[in-house]
Design a protein. Structure first.
Length: 416
């Protein structure tokens, strides 16, 4: 009898403590939402089908995934509305309590939308999400994860239930809107090819885009440039976290291999935008060619580099070119090695790969888009001097777009 009374008291205590902890999460959530003020409405906010019950948002570190979740909550719920809750799996509380158990309590108390940040920090997270989906029919879960994650390929239990999206860093369009107070919409590649002069004239009537372009190239891709911290140092820390946590943790690579991955990344960064010599790289970091190829793929998944292949080729074929994922990374790693040509090609590829297939062309500075469209990348000072492929679209840096035969490079930054 005494034992029975003690068990009831313990159970009541447990329920009370769980309820108190849930209150703490709501207090934190309310504070975060009230202090969230996204400077730019991200295009992805309008691309997601919010009717789905299981939504995964991937993205590299620093692109604003947390802010994106909180902005969604702010746009759709009042801060004191307990129908929505944001939690971060970095919280040590979740080391002793699973996602499904926590979600169940939230759901039973009227919860409708659970926002889970950094879901991969929780063991067995994919199985727990599946359990939530099957048990709580009226609960929507929106979670964020690393770009390294392959939600469906590596987690078959989510294959038929999750809608996966990618959040990218700021486009030049988003950066320009933020800095100039404009509200330019994105344009498709077809619109640019068919009407680029009209588009350029419209944009130029409101702002001088070239006055902002160099700043974007240097520090505009990652939203944390708005923070009152040294941008380059912050970016270097972010890059280290991408390798130390995202690649090693998610790909389950031993810590002893981290120096090899970092050295490979540095060698690729200073090697400029060209075809890597896999044998030389393998010798320099002390590993096999196959391992180098895998590491290159991991670095691309982490959005530290972009891989460009010859037409009709893909991994595990040798890349035709390896370049930094975006121009900000180039300046953070080794700014004295940055050339105009590398910068232009990096910017071009980074903007195109979201919705298009990019392959190398016949010339060193040319590319093939979606297997058909030929593009040449050139500086305006060299564009008129160099012999041109009459079938290719010329993408020109330092150009205002007044030449009907040339597409200004900065306009490519309006693709998203």
């Amino acid at each position: 009898m005494l034992h029975f009374s003690f068990s009831i008291k313990s159970r009541k205590d447990k329920i009370y403590l769980q309820s108190k902890r849930m209150d703490d999460f709501f207090i934190t959530y309310a504070y975060l939402v009230e202090h969230t003020d996204a400077p730019v409405r991200r295009l992805l906010m309008d691309e997601i089908d919010w009717n789905n019950r299981m939504i995964g948002i991937k993205g590299t570190r620093g692109v604003g995934k947390t802010t994106f979740l909180l902005q969604y909550a702010k746009n759709n719920f009042k801060s004191n509305d307990r129908a929505c809750l944001y939690v971060n799996m970095n919280n040590f509380y979740f080391q002793g309590r699973g996602i499904a158990d926590f979600a169940g309590e939230f759901y039973r108390n009227g919860g409708k939308v659970l926002l889970i940040d950094q879901v991969f920090k929780q063991p067995n997270w994919s199985k727990e999400l599946r359990e939530c989906y099957d048990r709580y029919k009226n609960l929507k879960i929106v979670f964020t994860g690393s770009s390294v994650m392959r939600l469906k390929e590596e987690n078959p239990e989510l294959n038929d239930i999750v809608s996966s999206y990618n959040l990218r860093g700021f486009s030049f369009r988003e950066f320009l809107n933020l800095q100039s107070g404009n509200t330019f919409r994105p344009y498709t590649l077809r619109e640019m090819l068919e009407n680029h002069q009209e588009l350029v004239e419209y944009i130029k009537s409101k702002v001088n885009p070239l006055a902002y372009f160099d700043d974007y190239i240097h520090h505009g891709f990652y939203p944390f440039f708005l923070e009152n911290r040294n941008f380059s140092e912050n970016l270097l820390k972010t890059m280290n976290m991408m390798t130390e946590v995202d690649i090693l943790l998610i790909k389950r690579i031993g810590l002893q291999y981290l120096p090899k991955i970092k050295k490979l990344f540095y060698l690729l960064a200073v090697g400029r935008s060209k075809a890597p010599n896999i044998s030389t790289l393998a010798e320099e970091i002390g590993t096999s060619r196959a391992t180098v190829m895998n590491y290159i793929k991991y670095l691309a998944d982490a959005r530290l580099i972009n891989i460009v292949y010859h037409k009709n080729e893909s991994f595990p074929k040798k890349p035709a070119k390896v370049m930094m994922h975006n121009t900000n990374l180039m300046y953070a790693i080794y700014p004295i090695k940055v050339t105009n040509q590398d910068m232009m090609e990096t910017f071009f590829v980074n903007n195109l790969w979201k919705d298009h297939v990019v392959n190398t062309g016949a010339k060193v500075t040319s590319y093939i888009i979606d297997n058909t469209l030929k593009c040449e990348i050139a500086d305006s000072s060299l564009a008129k001097k160099n012999k041109r492929d009459k079938d290719a679209v010329r993408i020109v840096y330092n150009n205002y777009g007044d030449d009907r035969n040339c597409l200004p490079l900065w306009l490519v930054g309006f693709l998203y």
